[in-house]
Design a binder for this molecule. Structure first.
Ligand SMILES: Cc1cc2nc3c(=O)[nH]c(=O)nc-3n(C[C@H](O)[C@H](O)[C@H](O)COP(=O)(O)OP(=O)(O)OC[C@H]3O[C@@H](n4cnc5c(N)ncnc54)[C@H](O)[C@@H]3O)c2cc1C
Length: 396
């Protein structure tokens, strides 16, 4: 077995892992690993955008929208932290070169289901790629950060109830023992466990499995979000998402007779249920989504990726309806963490979709996950930075 010793080991290179690394002190040796290549994380797939509190007057409404979508099972403290930190995070992203849509020098905001007003920043319909690729470029500049691709975390090193690093397997089967002061699980969701999911198939909840084995506290494992609209296909593999912001911009859902049957901007779980009931009633495997009310110019400018993908599948969304079906999309539950993303095990943190800080309650409000991932990844990094500073002061 190969042995390594670093200060911090981060499992996962999506937005949460990358942003965490960027917020750690630059004099610490950081090792990041990903099960696949660097671009294969769900963070690259995010289409719709990222929520932000527009100004102080938006606080109450953003809070209520998040709570209502989450069936009021959200941890209020976490929702408050996310909303109040959201502007600062956008400033951070802009400072790293992330480009959001603007008009006359001002940010443009779009809207998705269950938002009472437009408060979502976006970059065409590839917001996740824009954010993640810019964060990745910044991480690659850091001489203190090393990234291992195709390397899978298989377990943690537990000593006297404390996490002291991880075990991992390289692509050729070689085993790695990586000792670290702090370990961060940033390993994404669980979509790979489902037949129909919008997630990458290699995201199989590995960190949750390890956490269960070590009696680390888990929370709400049954809170799984199904996205109402993915492009229906007979082909196996990842389902292509038709972002909620398409409905936010005016797309409507039709039954087999091309009649509307639901308010398309209700929360995801409500729209999903209505679609499933409609499919059962009609005896169909999908319902129709029509973009006929969205100007062609908006479709081509705001949703070029969706337009192109549908065209490749044989549908011109500017002229015809597309078949859509619900699919697994997001995991609200996960490894329980506190307000600083600390798990129930000493020196082990969890951030992003693999963690459960309670922001989303029983159902995630659209476009809250990128922001939640970034806010709590930064808090974990700040916490570790403070712990190092305290230890250094004690030994000085
Ligand atoms: C199609 C789609 C569209 C979305 N659109 C939006 C949107 O518009 N707005 C929004 O806010 N959210 C959106 N989301 C959700 C959001 O993208 C994710 O919740 C978020 O990016 C999760 O980031 P993460 O860092 O936690 O995980 P990910 O980005 O999924 O990264 C997980 C990382 O962990 C690695 N990993 C996993 N297991 C192991 C292991 N055992 N060993 C080593 N590495 C491992 C993976 O290889 C990967 O690098 C969307 C999701 C999907 C799938």
């Amino acid at each position: 077995m190969k042995e390594r010793k670093v200060d911090v080991v981060i499992v996962g290179t999506g937005v949460s892992g990358l942003f965490h690394a960027l917020n750690l002190p630059e004099d610490k040796r950081i090792l990041m690993l990903t099960k696949a290549d660097l671009e294969s994380s769900d963070s690259f797939l995010a289409q719709g955008g990222i929520c932000v509190m527009r100004d102080e007057t938006d606080y109450d409404s953003y809070f209520e929208d998040t709570m209502k979508a989450g069936h009021y099972e959200n941890r209020k403290e976490s929702v408050d932290i996310m909303i109040r930190s959201s502007r600062e995070i956008i400033d951070d992203l802009v400072s790293y070169g992330v480009d959001f849509e603007k008009k006359n020098g001002e940010f443009c905001y779009t809207r998705e289901g269950a938002h009472s007003k437009p408060r979502i920043l976006f970059h065409e319909d590839i917001t996740g790629k824009e954010i993640t690729s810019k964060l990745l470029a910044q991480v690659k500049k850091r001489v203190n950060v090393e990234i291992l691709e195709y390397t899978t975390m298989t377990d943690i090193i537990e000593e006297a109830g404390k996490c002291c690093g991880i075990y991992a397997a390289e692509q050729d089967g070689d085993q790695l023992k990586i000792e670290a002061d702090y370990t961060i699980f940033a390993s994404g969701g669980i979509g790979g466990l489902y037949e129909h999911s919008t997630n990458f198939p290699h995201l199989t909840g590995d960190a949750l499995e390890v956490a269960k084995k070590h009696d680390i506290r888990l929370e709400h494992l049954d809170y799984v979000q199904i996205h109402p609209t993915t492009l229906y296909s007979e082909k196996p593999g990842r389902r292509f998402l038709i972002s909620e912001s398409v409905r936010g911009e005016g797309a409507v859902l039709y039954n087999k007779d091309k009649e509307r049957f639901v308010n398309e901007l209700l929360p995801r779980d409500v729209v999903t249920k209505a679609i499933q009931e409609q499919m059962a009633k009609d005896g169909t495997k999908y319902v129709w989504l029509s973009m006929e009310h969205i100007p062609e110019e908006t479709i081509l400018k705001h949703f070029p990726n969706i337009y192109e993908h549908c065209l490749e599948e044989g549908y011109d969304v500017t002229k015809e309806c597309i078949p859509v079906v619900p699919a697994q999309h997001y995991f609200m539950g996960g490894i329980w963490v506190d307000r600083n993303s600390h798990t129930s095990m000493a020196h082990l943190f969890a951030v992003g979709e693999t963690s459960c800080n309670g922001v989303h309650g029983a159902n995630r409000l659209a476009s809250n996950s990128l922001m939640e991932s970034l806010v709590f990844a930064k808090r974990a990094a700040n916490c570790i930075t403070e712990e190092y500073a305290r230890m250094e002061k004690e030994t000085a």
